[in-house]
Design a protein around this ligand. Structure first.
Ligand code: PHE
Length: 340
């Protein structure tokens, strides 16, 4: 009898073609007064021997039912989900049509974008783009740039030193305070002539305020060849600033400035016009590369000359977009970033 019951139950399980129909089969056999449940109830009136053999039969019946049931259940559930997915119309244009939903696409950070823009402009003028380490040695950051250890100019740039043993030749490790050490690395590696820009992050141990941050981005320029003078520097910077700011009548002027790695050293100012007032802003440090620096880079100063410049990309970005606080640029505040 239980054999037939199982047979019959299995057939019904196979016939059930929805999960709801399958549930009904379960109630019919395993529910509170289901057929298998009823069989179990009869056990209590049997003798111990009968109980044992009958009990085993019913157990086999139950197991057979449960296995078939769960296999069928999984099958039906999957089929139902598949059918639902197939029936669902997925409108990929929904975001454009429905104004209450907007696509949140990521964008390139304004500083990175500006850096690419600057790279592009200089590339068009024949400059290559170079790179150097952010963790530098005292040698490259200072010594080789004509700033010996007791030179007062070391204090012009407050430095983060790394807690690391001092090296015989290269001194302590530090976070580079400017991109100028890459000048030496490039001369050592490629010799002359050189026409490169070096964008990069630099670090200064300074209190931060609206115009100073302890991390900022610089662009270094380096032009080394035979018979180079400051006239080309003025021409290149003029061209660059006009293109970068998209204004054709940008004026620049040179003033003497002091940096140990250039001689003569100059500060370049840009005439900044807004509405009908204008003022000179100091934007670039530059000069003819000091003979000691050329020598440190392995070049002969009697053969080669060159100029170098350095400016703050961060500062240029602030001028171009009228950003009043440098700290916004590293805050990752979406209210700020979304404006770009
Ligand atoms: N390295 C200097 C600074 O960070 C800028 C500079 C670069 C000046 C090259 C002259 C030549 O202030």
């Amino acid at each position: 009898m239980p054999g037939n019951l199982l047979q019959q139950a299995l057939e019904e399980i196979q016939k059930a073609d929805t999960t709801t129909a399958l549930k009904d089969v379960e109630v019919k056999y395993m529910g509170r007064s289901g057929q298998i449940t009823e069989l179990l109830k009869t056990l209590k009136d049997l003798s111990p021997e009968e109980k044992r053999s009958k009990g085993q039969e019913i157990q086999t019946l139950k197991t057979g039912f449960t296995e078939a049931y769960s296999t069928r259940e999984r099958y039906l559930q999957k089929a139902e989900i598949d059918a639902k997915l197939k029936a669902e119309f997925f409108d990929i244009t929904l975001n454009e049509i429905n104004p209450t939903r907007s696509l949140q696409a990521g964008t390139i950070h304004p500083l990175s974008r500006m850096q690419r823009e600057v790279e592009q402009l200089f590339a068009e003028m024949g400059f290559q783009i170079a790179d150097g380490p952010e963790v530098e040695s005292e040698y490259y950051n200072f010594e080789a740039l004509n700033i010996p250890s007791h030179h007062p100019a070391r204090d012009m740039q407050d430095t983060f030193f790394l807690d690391h043993p001092k090296d015989e030749k290269h001194g302590h490790l530090l976070l580079r305070t400017h991109t100028s050490p890459v000048q030496i690395r490039m001369m050592e590696k490629h010799g002359a002539p050189l026409r490169i820009i070096i964008p990069g992050r630099v670090f200064r141990y300074e209190a931060t305020d609206a115009t100073h941050d302890s991390t900022f981005n610089q662009i270094e320029g380096l032009f080394i060849d035979k018979g180079i003078g400051l006239a080309q520097l003025k021409g290149v910077m003029n061209e660059f600033l006009q293109r970068f700011f998209g204004e054709s009548d940008i004026k620049v002027r040179f003033r003497p400035g002091y940096f140990p790695f250039v001689e003569p050293g100059i500060e370049m100012d840009m005439l900044w016009k807004r509405g009908n007032h204008s003022k000179w802003l100091e934007v670039v440090g530059a000069g003819m590369i000091h003979p000691n620096v050329l020598k440190a880079g392995g070049l002969d100063p009697d053969q080669y000359q060159g100029w170098a410049f350095g400016f703050g990309l961060t500062r240029m970005a602030m001028l171009k977009y009228g950003i009043d606080d440098i700290r916004h640029l590293h805050s990752n505040d979406l209210r700020f970033l979304n404006q770009f």
